[in-house]
Design a binder for this molecule. Structure first.
Ligand SMILES: NC(=O)c1ccc[n+]([C@@H]2O[C@H](COP(=O)([O-])OP(=O)(O)OC[C@H]3O[C@@H](n4cnc5c(N)ncnc54)[C@H](O)[C@@H]3O)[C@@H](O)[C@H]2O)c1
Ligand SMILES: [Zn+2]
Ligand SMILES: [Zn+2]
Length: 370
């Protein structure tokens, strides 16, 4: 079929919205009509050329939500009409990681996904006329009216859930919620610090609140973002400066630090602050931000010997097919206030404007409406 999609033709250049050919789903694959899609830093990072593993031409986009149009042979878990959230982190249910409750890092299709292929090593996207291959991005390619994805990378959600909000669960929001609820397993009555009040940090604030934390300090440079953190349940708003660590430790009980700290900025110096402010004796620091290529985390070993621990969290440790529908249900029950995250609504043709808004830190998310 012919459809419109935003194609990364050349690194560092605006995406080009154009007609693209999309082939039918093969066995185990599903055709999804995209209804909404968030514009995320990862898309912009790849488009800029800074991501060393990026490739072009490719259809970007990974925060999609839509409706199943058609399924390939052997697909049993979704059918036409189902509402789905796209997963860049799939859940095959069978690999060594999927059967282990300790991780969500499904191994089933990683290698081909990283190459921009569907699991069988081929692509469904091509240029009309020449037939030149166009690659898939993150296994999702949701800056497009339609996408073909593996069944194992679709989370079937409550059909009543509005898809413009549901799409945010495809990436940052689930990452933050999950970092608190799954990876750190924040406990009732605990003290927490969240560094960064973007989509991921705000999700972590909400996850701490849902886990019954008593004190949730959110740290950011922007007053507007801290105001959003208050709406998600932060009890203290903290403007970062050169004395962030000292001030935070001073504010903590006995000066020992905090039970749970979260890093959601992608900055390695802030990661170190999150480790240092975790409580001596048992504090757990969870790192969700993605650092630049080649950057390292500078941690004084004494921080660890005296009981602080460090964990990393990819997609919040959420096993997507099981976990995302549950998070969407929490939203539907009124437990998560998603509306404030949608700052702009744009068309597919305005996708580059979505990048500009993100670059200017104007709002949390631009959501494309198809
Ligand atoms: N682990 C995962 O699976 C996963 C998924 C999605 C995104 N991420 C990563 O998470 C990070 C956050 O993503 P986001 O979309 O929320 O980004 P964002 O840019 O919207 O938010 C980052 C926030 O950090 C704040 N900040 C900057 N310097 C700071 C400092 N010194 N102290 C405190 N706050 C500071 C900024 O003001 C901003 O509000 C990024 O690195 C992103 O790549 C990881
Ligand atoms: Zn994302
Ligand atoms: Zn798996």
């Amino acid at each position: 079929m012919r459809m419109r999609a935003a194609v990364l033709e050349e690194f560092g250049q605006p995406l080009e919205v154009q007609e693209v050919e999309l082939a039918d789903p093969k066995p185990g694959e599903v055709l999804v009509r995209i209804v909404n899609c968030g514009v995320c830093h990862t898309d912009m990072y790849t488009a800029s050329g800074a991501d060393p593993s990026g490739y072009a031409p490719a259809v970007l986009g990974h925060e999609g939500a839509g409706v199943v149009e058609k399924v390939g042979d052997g697909v049993t878990s979704v059918q036409a009409g189902d509402h789905v959230v796209t997963l860049f982190s799939p859940q095959c249910g069978e690999c060594v990681h999927c059967v282990d409750p300790r991780t969500n890092l499904c191994m089933a299709i990683r290698a081909e996904q990283n190459l921009g292929h569907l699991p069988d090593g081929t692509v469904r996207l091509s240029r009309p006329g020449s037939g030149e291959d166009i690659r898939h991005f993150m296994g999702t390619s949701t800056f497009a009216e339609y996408t073909v994805m593996p069944e194992i990378a679709l989370a079937k959600i409550d059909p009543e859930a509005p898809l413009d909000r549901a799409c945010l669960f495809a990436c940052g929001l689930s990452t933050g919620l999950g970092a608190a609820m799954n990876t750190a397993k924040v406990t009732e009555g605990s003290t927490c610090v969240v560094f960064g009040a973007g989509m991921v940090g705000l999700g972590a604030v909400a996850g701490c609140r849902l886990s019954g934390a008593e004190r949730i300090i959110c740290v950011d440079l922007s007053d507007d973002r801290l105001a959003l953190a208050e709406g998600q349940g932060a009890t203290d708003l903290f403007k970062a400066d050169e004395n962030t660590v000292e001030r935070l430790l001073e504010m903590s009980e006995g000066g020992f630090g905090y039970d749970f700290t979260f890093e959601a900025t992608g900055l390695v110096n802030v990661m170190a602050q999150a480790v240092e402010t975790a409580r001596m004796a048992w504090g757990l620091c969870t790192i969700a931000g993605v650092a630049g290529k080649g950057e390292t985390l500078d941690v004084i070993p004494r921080w660890l010997i005296t009981g602080r621990r460090v964990a990393g969290s990819s997609f919040g440790g959420v096993k997507g097919r099981e976990g995302v529908p549950k998070l969407v249900d929490l939203y539907m029950q009124g437990e998560i206030d998603v509306d404030p995250f949608i700052s702009h609504r744009i068309t597919l043709d305005e996708v580059n404007k979505g990048f500009d808004l993100m670059h200017a830190q104007d709002g949390i998310r631009s959501v494309i409406e198809f």
